[in-house]
Design a protein around this ligand. Structure first.
Ligand code: 5GP
Length: 215
């Protein structure tokens, strides 16, 4: 684990979403996980989910289609663009962003904040734009951010993605652009954890160490 050289701001900001906590109540905390496509966010989160059934893994909303094996209401609620727009208008999202191929992704404010208010450890993955929006709305002490990175940078990720499943040139070019954008934002995060091929267990344990240290 490498602690990001960018210093964490220590002073809580006023008027944030989680509010102040009642005295004596156990403090929950939100852990945001970001990183480029192919870095292993999904694998990490599945492992954490299995190992820590008492933690909260709130689903977000997306307009993309479910992939094989994805169940509605676990990682995502799969909704139409129209429904997504309604939720934007109703103010249900803490943040939302257009991520891959014009698909919208949004974090449901209550699903994310309520378990934290009840003292739970909350884990959610975000793209960098989502994280940038969410961090402005929360107290600095209520969340920790973790960025997953590969030592071999974009080149290593391209190798991983192309060996996983067939992908069109256009889609690959798009993914490379967004990887570069994600890497450029790594400095916003509290921790950088390196994802090494075939070393998933190590990554899981590093992230668990960060969570234990900060909750
Ligand atoms: P995927 O479609 O592969 O599950 O996710 C695509 C991208 O969307 C990933 O970078 C993932 O981290 C991001 N993402 C997942 N959920 C959210 C969310 O609630 N908000 C935002 N802004 N991005 C998300």
């Amino acid at each position: 684990m490498s602690k990001n050289p960018v210093k964490k701001s220590t002073s809580p900001q006023p008027s944030r979403e989680l509010g102040t906590r009642r005295r004596g109540r156990k403090k929950g905390k939100i852990f945001f996980i970001s990183g480029p496509s192919g870095v292993g966010k999904g694998t990490l989160i599945s492992a954490l989910r299995e190992r820590h059934p008492d933690w909260a893994f709130p689903p977000s909303c997306t307009t993309r289609d479910p992939r094989a094996g994805e169940v509605d209401g676990i990682t995502y609620y799969f909704i139409s663009r129209e429904k997504f727009r309604e939720k934007i208008e109703a103010g249900e999202f803490l943040e939302y962003a257009e991520v891959h191929q014009g698909n919208l992704y949004g974090t449901l404010r209550d699903k994310l904040l309520n378990p934290a208010k009840n003292g739970k450890i909350v884990i959610r993955e975000f793209d960098v734009q989502g994280f940038d929006q969410a961090r402005r709305k929360l107290n600095r002490e209520d969340y920790i951010s973790i960025f997953l990175q590969t030592e071999g940078g974009v080149e290593e990720l391209v190798k991983r993605i192309t060996s996983r499943a067939p992908i069109s040139e256009e889609e690959l070019a798009h993914r490379i652009e967004s990887m570069k954008n994600e890497f450029a934002h790594a400095k916003l995060y509290d921790y950088i954890v390196f994802s090494r091929e075939n070393k998933i267990q190590e990554m899981v344990e590093e992230v668990e160490g960060i969570i234990a240290e900060n909750s």
